[in-house]
Ligand binder design. Structure first.
Ligand code: HEM
Length: 75
């Protein structure tokens, strides 16, 4: 898998570039087409970063990543 830096991930926050990416346990997922991540925002969470620690606050588990393609790894 392609490795991206924190800075590259940060630009895919739904504001600076057309792609919207989020990282979970070091794996980057493309959520550009998700209605739930429109403009990079999901409830009080922003895309463009590793949200591993934030998942504990969610009413769902990591099964939500299943339908998304892992597009890279956070280096
Ligand atoms: C207060 C925190 C959060 C709330 C209230 C919340 C709520 C929800 C709800 C209601 C859904 C759709 C139903 C479901 O799949 O269960 C969803 C989907 C999803 N959530 Fe969260 N979530 C939160 C935090 C997070 C965090 C921190 C992440 C990432 C680590 C995340 C990633 C996702 C993803 C990838 C989906 C699937 C989106 C789709 O299917 O288009 N959520 N969330």
């Amino acid at each position: 898998m392609k490795v991206y830096t924190k800075q590259q991930l940060a630009l895919r926050n739904g504001q600076d570039k057309p792609e919207i990416w989020i990282a979970y346990q070091g794996v980057i997922y493309d959520v550009t087409h998700s209605k739930m991540w429109r403009n990079g925002k999901h409830y009080e969470h922003w895309a463009g970063q590793d949200l591993t620690e934030e998942l504990v606050d969610a009413p769902h588990n990591n099964q939500v990543f299943k339908k998304f393609t892992a597009i890279g790894q956070l280096g």
